[in-house]
Design a protein around this ligand. Structure first.
Ligand code: KIV
Length: 268
């Protein structure tokens, strides 16, 4: 595997060569080191960290400081992967100045190489301003978790003709605003395919089928670490939670029975 660090021009090259792009979330040093060693091209410090790592019910409570904290840890491990930090709720919706300032903090204080934000046409001016400051932006449309209350839950978007066409326009607006890529989350495969065929930037799907330029999953979902029932779009490649619980149960037993520590774990 070529271990030269992935940068933005490399991602453009992958897209132009028709090679599918792999993206995964990570939130700390060990998870990022694992993703990096596995050859993931883009690591996202998703605001999903609020739910996955901190146990919040949704992503809304996540702060800029939390994303920066987690981004710093990820950046230290990312020798290969390109690092994208997610803009949390209210860090960019309150105006272009706030958006630019907080996006800048992700690079300046977190060490990220790009930011991601949710929203389509309504965010076009914001994306333009951030890109104008030479901060690469990844868009995110469809089932946008920060809009949970408007959507009435985590519901697949773009199923009826009206929202299908709105999402198509949103994708075009995000591209025209200068985003280098766009996440398509929770939309029908047919819509993702049409968006992908109309855009000239990579589309990264999550619950959007296979006709996109790349895929993203949440680290804990992919590895079976969360223990929750997973949505249809998740493929669990391992069941690490079971393995971890078994290992720790064995440790508890060894402690109770006085089997651990053995002589080999004891200083002479
Ligand atoms: O926060 C996140 O993890 C995300 C990805 C699922 C795209 O936004």
């Amino acid at each position: 595997m070529d271990r030269k660090k992935v940068n933005l021009p490399n991602i453009v090259k992958l897209y132009e060569a028709g090679e599918r792009i792999s993206m995964l979330t990570a939130y700390d040093y060990p998870s990022a080191a694992i993703a990096d060693a596995a050859g993931i091209e883009i690591i996202l410090i998703g605001d999903s960290l609020g739910m996955v790592v901190n146990g919040y019910k949704n992503t809304l409570p996540v702060t800029v400081e939390e994303v920066i904290y987690h981004t710093r840890a990820v950046v230290r491990a990312a020798e290969y992967s390109f690092v994208v930090a997610d803009m949390p709720f209210l860090s960019y919706q309150t105006g272009i100045h706030d958006a630019l300032y907080n996006a800048g903090r992700m690079l300046k204080e977190g060490g990220a190489e790009a930011i991601k934000l949710e929203g389509g046409s309504a965010m076009a001016e914001t994306i333009k301003a951030i890109v104008h400051a030479d901060i690469p932006v990844m868009g995110h449309i469809g089932l946008t978790p920060q809009s949970i209350h408007r959507m009435g839950g985590y519901r697949i978007q773009g199923r009826d003709e009206k929202s299908y066409n709105i999402l198509l326009q949103d994708a075009l607006a995000v591209e025209a605003a200068g985003a280098f890529a766009i996440v398509l989350e929770g939309i029908p495969g047919t819509l993702a395919k049409e968006i992908t065929s109309k855009l000239h930037i990579p589309t990264i799907g999550i619950g959007a089928g296979k006709d996109v330029s790349g895929q993203v999953l949440v680290f804990h979902d992919l590895l079976g670490l969360s223990g929750h029932k997973q949505p249809t779009f998740v493929k669990q490649y391992a069941q690490l939670k079971d393995i971890a619980v078994n290992a720790i149960q064995q440790y508890v037993k060894d402690v109770k029975e006085g089997v651990f520590p053995g002589a080999e774990h004891t200083y002479k």
